[in-house]
Design a protein around this ligand. Structure first.
Ligand SMILES: [Zn+2]
Length: 112
């Protein structure tokens, strides 16, 4: 077997940068750090307090949601306040008056 082909394997720690938990493991690298671990990740804790919103995406989403809800409410108000428009007079009624207008003819059936 060749000598000096394998890296040195030793016991070290993984340190979580969020909650500070230390996880002892064996590794070829020393002093490992992670941003989040199973001790503090919302998937494992079931809590939603851990949302890291560095780019403001949550804020943008909440703004869009609010604008959308306001638009829907305004549309619903308009729908409620809408009144029936008066029926438009037909051309025959305008010419002969409403009482004397001849009944409008239906469109001729197609010739077959
Ligand atoms: Zn952690």
């Amino acid at each position: 077997m060749k000598k000096d082909t394998h890296p040195k394997y030793h016991t070290t720690d993984i340190v979580c940068g969020t909650c500070g938990t230390v996880w002892p493991i064996g590794s070829t690298r020393a002093n490992l750090r992670v941003n989040i671990c199973s001790n503090c990740h919302p998937f494992y804790t079931g809590e939603q307090r851990m949302i890291i919103d560095a780019e403001g995406q949550v804020d943008r989403f909440m703004k869009r949601l609010q604008v959308s809800q306001e638009r829907q409410a305004a549309a619903a108000r308009r729908r409620q306040n809408r009144t029936e428009l008066p029926r438009k007079k037909s051309l025959l009624e305008e010419i002969y008056g409403e009482e004397n207008a001849p009944a409008e003819q239906e469109e001729p059936a197609s010739q077959e």
